[in-house]
Design a protein around this ligand. Structure first.
Ligand code: ADP
Ligand code: C5P
Ligand code: MG
Length: 222
């Protein structure tokens, strides 16, 4: 987003990046599973990568990440951008897309802060599209409290959830607004059933980026 002297690690000729945003509990992970099936996306969740790094043996950043996550704060961006960039490189090396097609990455829960967006687009790859799940806090809260019964996550409790909502409004919504100003955002109401929300996600993709729909469905037959 911001002009810098960095060069992106991946070219948009080889890679399509779709950011998947929405408040905590809006359903990003759930809908990502559907999108992976139908559109051949590689799903990368920033939160999942951070949680894996938090518990990785030998990681010098585990304690720091745990503190940020429990407080619902945004982890310093270099950590998250590097984890994502390396995960993309590993996916391209171990699971390259069919010849003549671009790899597609669905990057879930990222960018959550303007500096992450700017640094990623300048040093990793500019994004093609932003999917935004729009969901009221009361719905997200009840989903998260229910998820917390089994998720084992440090942050699916009432105190952390309040902090995460605050971070979302103050820090992450400005990212959505910045992408909206670039006309990159597809907004989907996330209050219906999983199936209803997915129908709206698909309709939004077909309308705003039909090449993603075509390519995903078509290359299986090539
Ligand atoms: P996020 O990744 O955005 O934090 P998740 O996909 O993990 O959200 O969803 C949060 C919780 O809500 C999960 O337990 C999930 O099963 C549930 N959930 C997701 N979408 C819906 C929906 N449309 N209706 C009801 N529950 C949902
Ligand atoms: O997306 P998810 O809910 O799994 O993220 C959990 C936590 O991970 C966030 O509340 C935040 O502390 C951290 N995170 C981050 N930067 C991101 C994504 C997640 O700091 N882009
Ligand atoms: Mg998630």
């Amino acid at each position: 987003m911001a002009p810098t002297d960095l060069t992106p690690r991946f070219s948009t000729n080889d890679v399509t990046v779709v950011f998947f945003l929405g408040g905590p509990g809006s359903g990003k992970g759930t809908q990502s599973a559907n999108l992976v099936k139908d559109y051949s996306f590689v799903h990368l969740s920033a939160g999942d990568l951070l949680r894996a790094e938090q518990v990785r043996e030998g990681s010098s950043r585990g304690k720091m990440i745990k503190e940020y996550i429990t407080e619902g704060k945004i982890v310093p961006m270099e950590v998250t951008v590097n984890l994502l960039s390396d995960a993309m490189a590993e996916s391209l090396a171990t699971n390259p897309p069919p010849a003549g097609t671009k790899a597609r990455f669905l990057i879930d829960g990222f960018p959550r802060k303007l500096d992450q967006a700017e640094f990623f687009e300048a040093s990793v790859c500019p994004s093609e599209l932003v999917l935004f799940l729009d969901c009221p806090e009361d719905v997200m809260e009840s989903r998260l409290l229910k998820r917390g019964e089994t998720s084992g996550r440090d942050d699916d409790n009432a105190a952390s959830i309040r902090k995460r909502f605050r971070t979302f409004v103050e820090t992450s919504m400005p990212v959505v607004e910045a992408f909206r100003a670039q006309d990159k955002v597809v907004t989907v109401t996330a209050t219906g059933s999983v199936e209803e929300v997915y129908e709206s996600v698909k309709a939004g993709i077909e309308e705003r980026a039909p090449e993603i729909g075509f390519h995903g469905g078509a290359f299986l037959w090539l």
